[in-house]
Ligand binder design. Structure first.
Ligand code: PMP
Length: 354
């Protein structure tokens, strides 16, 4: 490491993204992307004149995409902040809204820990129960800014809005951040609660249910005072945080509700198919409300399953962490991809039984 790097970052353990392999063509079920292309309007815009405008800076207010998000959720645009992926929203929330520290679950989105370390925040880590659910009473007992991935990752388990509301009302003096990266695959968003409570921020992404992971677009919906704070951080770090093409793609994809519904419904159906098939083969799974499943075999270890799939050209995610080392996380892809996963699983289990 360079001797010029601030010593306070020397021991920082950075987030490790899922692999984006280049060595060969995999069935890629490891980073919860959509198997479907962006909607037709996005493809058309990207193939057309929009690229010529790249010589100009992007609109720092991101007004078009902000309006599209606000319309979709029926809130005023003043309630919306847009970011370079939802990771940037989370980054700013950890940076600037955690004066009293941050609380989150022991098994959740790994970036929370990284941001907390980066900003050297005091943290309280709330352990999940043995069945991987979160006990709301344990969350209520914390006092820091609370980050909840809902549904949680990598377990896929989701709270209903009444539970989130009970957390929000339990202590109006602390901020609750609900990360709804996967909410469109079966859960119910708490965006409507932002109209009622000023201590709730809801973070979402275009990466999972809107086919724009590579465009990097996320957003936060919260009371305008919180949005103002996020804008202040944005204008103090990177005013043009969302590029022109991404702003356009985001607005167009928000407006195409039919495609959004068609693709998320397909994922939900493919999830049901995969759960049924893996259960038949002795797997147990958490009750996932996301575009992935968290699965454990009764015959082979998580690592052996991950390796076996990889050898057969199917890439999934294995964390190898305490408590979850028996599990792999499998993104739900197209029906053909899930059939290939099931076939590869049969082959692995047959070899293991020999
Ligand atoms: N939250 C959760 C729970 C996630 O799993 C992810 C994806 N890695 C993100 C946020 C960030 O997604 P993005 O930055 O692509 O919007």
């Amino acid at each position: 490491m360079s001797r010029f790097l601030d010593t306070k970052f020397a021991a920082l353990e950075a987030y490790v993204p899922g692999e984006q392999p280049r060595d060969k063509k995999y069935i890629k079920l490891n980073t919860n992307e959509s198997p479907f292309p962006p909607c037709a309007a996005v493809i058309e815009a990207m193939n057309g004149a929009a690229a010529a405008d790249l010589r100009l800076y992007s609109d720092p207010t991101s007004v078009g995409v902000k309006r599209a998000i606000a319309d979709f959720y029926g809130v005023a645009p003043e309630y919306v902040f847009v970011s370079n992926g939802s990771d940037e929203s989370l980054n700013f929330l950890f940076m600037a809204f955690c004066e009293n520290g941050a609380a989150y679950a022991d098994i959740t989105y790994g970036f929370y820990q990284v941001f907390a370390d980066l900003y050297q925040k005091k943290t309280t880590v709330v352990p999940l129960e043995d069945d991987f659910t979160l006990d709301p009473a344990k969350l209520k007992a914390t006092t820091e800014t609370l980050f909840i991935a809902n549904p949680n990752a990598p377990t896929g388990i989701c709270f209903t809005p009444d539970v989130i509301e009970s957390l929000v009302t339990a202590n109006p003096e602390r901020l609750i951040v609900v990360d709804e990266a996967y909410i469109d695959f079966g859960g119910e968003s708490v965006v409507p609660l932002t109209q009622k409570y000023d201590n709730l921020a809801v973070v979402q992404t275009f990466s999972k249910s809107r086919q724009l992971a590579g465009a990097r677009l996320g957003f936060t919906i919260a009371n305008p005072a919180i949005i103002e704070g996020l804008e202040k951080i944005k204008y103090s770090t990177n005013p043009y945080n969302v590029n022109r093409l991404t702003q356009l793609c985001g607005a167009l994809s928000m407006q195409d509700r039919a495609y959004f519904d068609k693709t998320r419904t397909a994922i939900i159906e493919n999830r049901a198919y995969t759960v049924t098939e893996l259960k038949k083969r002795g797997f147990t799974m958490t009750d996932s409300m996301t575009n992935f499943i968290f699965a454990k075999s009764d015959k082979i270890s998580g690592k052996a399953y991950y390796d076996g799939l990889r050898e057969r050209g199917v890439l999934v995610r294995y964390f190898g962490k305490a408590r979850i080392s028996d599990y792999v996380r499998i993104t739900i892809g197209s029906r053909e991809e899930m059939e290939a996963l099931v076939a590869a699983t049969d082959d692995i289990l047959a070899k293991a039984g020999e």
